[in-house]
Write a protein that binds this ligand. Structure first.
Ligand SMILES: NC(=O)c1ccc[n+]([C@@H]2O[C@H](COP(=O)([O-])OP(=O)(O)OC[C@H]3O[C@@H](n4cnc5c(N)ncnc54)[C@H](OP(=O)(O)O)[C@@H]3O)[C@@H](O)[C@H]2O)c1
Length: 280
C-alpha cells in the first residue's frame, strides 16, 4: 500500500518538479513580438491565408507590405483591405525565385520587423505521376523562394536598433486542409481525416502564435498532436507545454497510431479499388 502511495505521489510531483526546472532553465526565454506600429512583410499576401494575415495585421495596427507576382491581384488585395479597414498596405511584385527582384522589393519596403514567408505552390498529385519540372518548380518556389526572402530581409532585420524582437515565420502545410481545391483521390483521403478551416481562422491563430513567440504554431487538435509528437528538439518557450510534451509523449504516440490506422486503412481500400478497376 505504501509503495502505491509513493508511486502516486511521485507521479503527481514529478511533473511539478519538471515544470519548475523548465521555468528556470528553458532557453530561449518567452518573448512577445508586438505588431502594432511595426512593419509586417507577408509573401503570398495577395490571396488566401496571406491576405487574411495582412488584414489581421492591419487591424492590429501594423504597417503591412505584401509581395506576390501578379500586380493586378496585389492591387485588388490592397483595395479590398483599404475598403474594409481604411488602411493602405504596400504592394510589391516579385517572383520569390528571383533573388534580385526579391531584394529590390524588400529594400524598397524598408526595414522589416516581422517577416511572414507564406507564399506557396502545391500541385496535388502523386509524386510518381508528376514530371520533374513540376517537382523542381515547387521546390524552387516553396524552399528556395523562402530562403531568398529570408536572405534578402535578414541583414536589415539584424541591424534594427531599439525596435524590439523581430520574427521570421514560415507558413507550411499540415495536410492541405484549408480549402477543398481540386485534388487527387489520395490527397482527398488524407484531407478527409482532418477538419476544414477558414483562411481567416488560420490567419488569426498564426498571427497570435507569432506575437507570443511560439516556434511551432498549430491550427487544430491534429496540429497540436503533430507539433508535440514531431517537435523533436524544436525550442519550447512554455514550461507547461514542455512538461505536457514529455508527459503526453506515450499518449500522443498511441493517438497518432490510431490516426495512421484509419488513414492507411482508407489508402489500402483505395489501392484495392484502383487495382480492381484496372483489371476490369
Ligand atoms: N490552402 C491550404 O489548404 C493550405 C493548408 C496548409 C498550409 N497552406 C500553406 O499556406 C500558404 C498559403 O496558402 P494559400 O492556400 O493561402 O495560397 P494561395 O491562395 O494559393 O496563394 C498563394 C500566394 O502565393 C503567391 N505566390 C505563388 N507563387 C509565388 C512566387 N513564385 N513568388 C511570389 N509569390 C508567389 C500567390 O500570388 P501570385 O500567384 O500572384 O504570385 C499568392 O499570393 C502556403 O505556404 C501553403 O503551403 C495552405
Amino acid at each position: 500500500m505504501e509503495t502505491m502511495y509513493l508511486l502516486l505521489l511521485s507521479t503527481l510531483i514529478s511533473p511539478l518538479i519538471l515544470y519548475l526546472i523548465f521555468a528556470v532553465t528553458l532557453r530561449p526565454r518567452p518573448v512577445n513580438i508586438p505588431v502594432r506600429d511595426r512593419h509586417v512583410f507577408i509573401s503570398g499576401g495577395s490571396s488566401g491565408i496571406g491576405i487574411a494575415l495582412a488584414y489581421q495585421a492591419v487591424l492590429q495596427g501594423a504597417r503591412v507590405s505584401i509581395l506576390a507576382r501578379n500586380i493586378a491581384k496585389l492591387e485588388e488585395a490592397r483595395d479590398s483591405i483599404r475598403r474594409s479597414t481604411g488602411v493602405d498596405v504596400g504592394i510589391y511584385s516579385a517572383d520569390v525565385r528571383d533573388i534580385v527582384a526579391v531584394k529590390r522589393a524588400v529594400d524598397e519596403a524598408g526595414e522589416i520587423d516581422v517577416l511572414i514567408c507564406n507564399h506557396g505552390v502545391f500541385y496535388a498529385e502523386e509524386l510518381d505521376l508528376q514530371d520533374s519540372e513540376t517537382v523542381k518548380f515547387m521546390v524552387d518556389v516553396n524552399l528556395v523562394g523562402t530562403l531568398n526572402l529570408i536572405k534578402a530581409a535578414l541583414p536589415a532585420m539584424k541591424n534594427r536598433k531599439n525596435r524590439g524582437p523581430g520574427s521570421i515565420a514560415l507558413v507550411s502545410s499540415q495536410a492541405g486542409q484549408v480549402y477543398n481545391k481540386k485534388r487527387p483521390k489520395m490527397t482527398r483521403i488524407i484531407v478527409a481525416q482532418s477538419s476544414v478551416m477558414k483562411a481567416e481562422k488560420v490567419a488569426k491563430i498564426t498571427l497570435k502564435g507569432i506575437q507570443s513567440g511560439t516556434f511551432l504554431i498549430h491550427c487544430n487538435f491534429q496540429g497540436l498532436l503533430l507539433s508535440l509528437g514531431s517537435a523533436g528538439s524544436a525550442p519550447q518557450r512554455s514550461p507547461l507545454m514542455a512538461v505536457v510534451g514529455i508527459a503526453a509523449a506515450v499518449a500522443i504516440s498511441i493517438i497518432t497510431r490510431v490516426f495512421q490506422y484509419r488513414l492507411y486503412g482508407s489508402l489500402e481500400r483505395w489501392g484495392a479499388q484502383k487495382k480492381k478497376l484496372a483489371k476490369t
